[in-house]
Design a protein. Structure first.
Lengths: 499, 221
């Protein structure tokens, strides 16, 4: 019995329900329960991640819930960013209430939904049932719809409608794909074993008819690809990431889109040994296109949050490319970049939240000279920008380099060239934005409101600084994450018999 | 199952006609009634298939509770709170009828004839599962057509529900032994998705004064 898997998603769910029930009484009942719930969840996820990194596979209810190193990695990331986002939310959302952006009674709903959202993402990393995986992935969307539309103004409602509609339609394609996969595999699975289990389906993937494999692959890529923000299914992403409250944007960009990738890994890589070249090439092309479209759209943005959202699309392209290459090095690089992107993207979103919270705007042309007034935020933003730009000594460098090498070693030099080009454009785009915001001159520098701008509260910059430190530490000592990434890559290999 | 083959084919084809009505009826309330009719036909189909596989009685019950009772209740509630006249769609009435008819004819013929490419098991290629799969795919695409061609936000929810019905119908042929927990999970997601979408659309109606999705263009690029 590995009941800790159960507690992993039950604790935040219970915290969420408790906030809905008692959150009206006082801030302690909403903020306190949220911090306590996410704190315990983080410690539990750390314990689980350590166990799974040692090669243990945790299992419950006859393998219905199953957590290997890959699941442990994702659970750790979700719980970590979840805790940081919840702590950051306390001063951030209080300020939104003070500014009159939201009425105080809505904070209960905010913390309640955020805990349910975290719980749903953690549940997704534990299930070994292909249909339940779909149900939970859709559940993560539903748990976050109200958070995306939280401000309930015209833009937020537009983003919320697009988010709910596009993701629900997209994910319905994945349901068809999951059903086909289950149906195609079940006649080949010996009686007594459960054909709904992903681990059983993987064992017979070679026996599923080719036409069914191709159809289910297309459906799964469209469905879970929509969730991951892969082009051409990415259109919901910039709107949702930009209009949600910033801590939610950090969760959406930092971890939720990765849960879509997790579902893709669990389902699509099952076919790697059967149709390696065609599938892998197609996924790499998709990854490179996602990378390019994302960066070109990011270059056109003036809104900092939309800029970061398009960068998320672009960086998802790297992750997909790495996973698409399909070799040990490629998958290792893809997972490494996924981990790094979680850290630096959450960091950058939190920095933008800090900026908009004190400056009242997130439009680059209205901002300037914030470096002296907000030195910690400026430092953190630059660390995030350099990490995402792939500069040595920061974590993005090593993961991008791994992906470049994996593409080159797989004979896809064209992919390496395009990935390097995208990386240079990413660096330019982010440094240009950072320079204008922190070093440039504000459009209305004489405005008295601008004179009063000062650094945000330690509860906000504390999380940012922790993320920035991790970006630097992993950049200097990339070997510290080797055990978890190596074991996660091996967990995928165990399913797909990688070369 | 052969003795019920004709009945299954008739009910399946009626499902296409109800999809047609859900999409083409301009009065949202009438469109919701057509959806209830479709859901009832789906329940009937599950009951017929359940004679061979008793597990499907649970499916019929689950479909009845969610698709005949809860979802229509939500739909009619929000239609009452907004408007019951659909915002004029992109394609006119005659053009849409023509297009839908072409989609139905081509898709049904092609999927029915070449089902071997789509069916994962030999049994799914035989009647009545063959017709069932062809009908499922046709309904799925009709739902997608409704979402893509309609300007009215509530009508796009109708389209989404038709699309989901297409997938659920395919379960009879593709996954008849699916456990109830999985099925309940799937339909719960649909109910919650419909509720949240309608809740947000009501917010859109309050802020924009209309359910026209063409007004939602503040966030382009």
């Amino acid at each position: 019995m590995n009941s800790e898997i159960l507690y992993l998603f039950i604790i935040p769910a219970v915290a969420g329900i408790a906030i809905f029930l008692f959150g009206k009484r006082s801030p302690l009942f909403r903020e306190g329960i949220a911090v306590l719930g996410s704190g315990i969840t983080f410690l539990l996820s750390l314990h689980i991640a350590i166990s799974t990194t040692r090669g243990e596979v945790l299992s419950l209810f006859e393998d219905e819930l199953r957590m290997d190193a890959l699941g442990g990695l994702f659970a750790g990331l979700v719980a970590f960013i979840g805790l940081i986002a919840v702590i950051y939310s306390i001063p951030y959302m209080r300020k939104e209430v003070d500014k009159g952006v939201i009425p105080p009674e809505r904070l209960r709903s905010y913390y309640g939904w955020i805990m349910l959202f975290i719980s749903s993402m953690l549940l997704a990393t534990t299930t070994n049932n292909i249909i339940m995986l779909w149900v939970i992935i859709e559940g993560t969307t539903l748990a976050s719809v109200i958070l995306v539309a939280f401000y309930w103004n015209r833009n937020a409602l537009e983003a919320g409608y697009k988010y709910a509609m596009l993701l629900t339609v997209g994910i319905t394609f994945a349901l068809f794909g999951c059903i086909l996969l289950y149906s195609g595999a079940s006649p080949h699975i010996p009686s007594g074993l459960d054909p709904l289990k992903i681990t059983e389906i993987a064992k017979v993937s070679g026996k599923i008819p080719k036409s069914v494999v191709l159809l289910s692959l297309a459906l799964l890529l469209a469905g879970f690809g929509t969730k991951s923000g892969i082009i051409p299914f990415h259109t919901w992403l910039p709107d949702a990431h930009a209009e949600a409250p910033t801590p939610v944007s950090a969760l959406l960009s930092g971890v939720m889109i990765k849960v879509g990738v997790y579902a893709l890994i669990r389902t699509v890589t099952v076919f790697y040994p059967v149709y390696p070249e065609t599938i892998k090439l197609f996924i790499v092309v998709l990854g490179i296109l996602t990378m390019l479209v994302g960066i070109f759209m990011a270059l056109m943005q003036d809104d900092l949050k939309r800029l970061l959202a398009y960068h998320s699309v672009s960086q998802m392209g790297y992750i997909i490319t790495g996973l698409g290459v399909g070799t040990y090095l490629g998958i290792y690089g893809g997972l490494f970049h996924l981990l790094n992107h979680t850290l630096f993207k959450a960091l950058l979103f939190l920095c933008v939240g800090a900026i908009s919270s004190v400056a009242g705007t997130r439009l680059i042309h209205n901002l300037g000279g914030l470096g002296r007034k907000m030195p910690i935020t400026a430092l953190c933003f630059f660390v995030g920008a350099l990490a995402m730009g792939g500069i040595p000594l920061f974590n993005g460098f090593m993961s991008k380099l791994t992906i470049f090498l994996a593409c080159a070693k797989a004979g896809m030099l064209w992919a390496t060239v395009l990935a390097v080009l995208t990386s240079l454009l990413t660096l330019f785009c982010l440094l240009h934005a950072a320079y204008r915001v922190f070093m440039g001159k504000a459009a209305d520098a004489a405005n008295p409101a601008n004179q009063e701008i000062k650094e945000v509260s330690p509860l906000m910059w504390g999380g940012m600084l922790a993320l920035a430190l991790l970006c630097f530490i992993i950049g200097v000592y990339p070997q510290i994450v080797f055990p978890v990434l190596n074991e996660s890559t091996r967990a995928i290999s165990a399913m797909t018999a990688l070369p | 199952m052969e003795e019920y083959s004709k009945l299954i084919s008739t009910v399946s084809l009626s499902l296409i006609i109800t999809s047609y009505l859900v999409i083409e009826l301009r009065n949202l309330r009438h469109s919701a009634y057509a959806y209830i009719l479709q859901a009832l036909l789906m329940c009937t189909l599950f009951v017929i298939f359940a004679r061979q596989n008793p597990g499907l009685y649970y499916w019929a019950l689950t479909a009845f509770v969610t698709k005949v009772v809860i979802i229509p209740y939500l739909l009619l509630r929000y239609i009452r709170r907004t408007t019951d006249q659909e915002f004029p769609p992109l394609i006119g009435y005659l053009g849409s009828i023509l297009l839908v008819s072409i989609i139905i004819l081509i898709l049904f013929r092609v999927t029915h004839q070449y089902i071997e490419f789509l069916a994962p098991t030999p049994s799914a290629t035989k009647e009545p599962f063959r017709t069932n799969l062809a009908v499922s795919l046709t309904i799925f695409i009709l739902g997608l057509y409704c979402i893509l061609s309609r300007r009215d936000a509530i009508k796009t929810v109708h389209g989404l529900l038709v699309l989901e019905n297409g997938v659920h119908l395919s379960l009879v042929s593709l996954a008849p032994l699916l456990r109830e927990t999985a099925l309940i999970g799937i339909v719960t997601d649909v109910v919650v998705a419909a509720y949240l979408l309608l809740y947000i659309i009501f917010g859109v109606f309050e802020k924009f004064g209309s359910t026209d999705t063409f007004q939602l263009k503040g966030l382009r690029w």
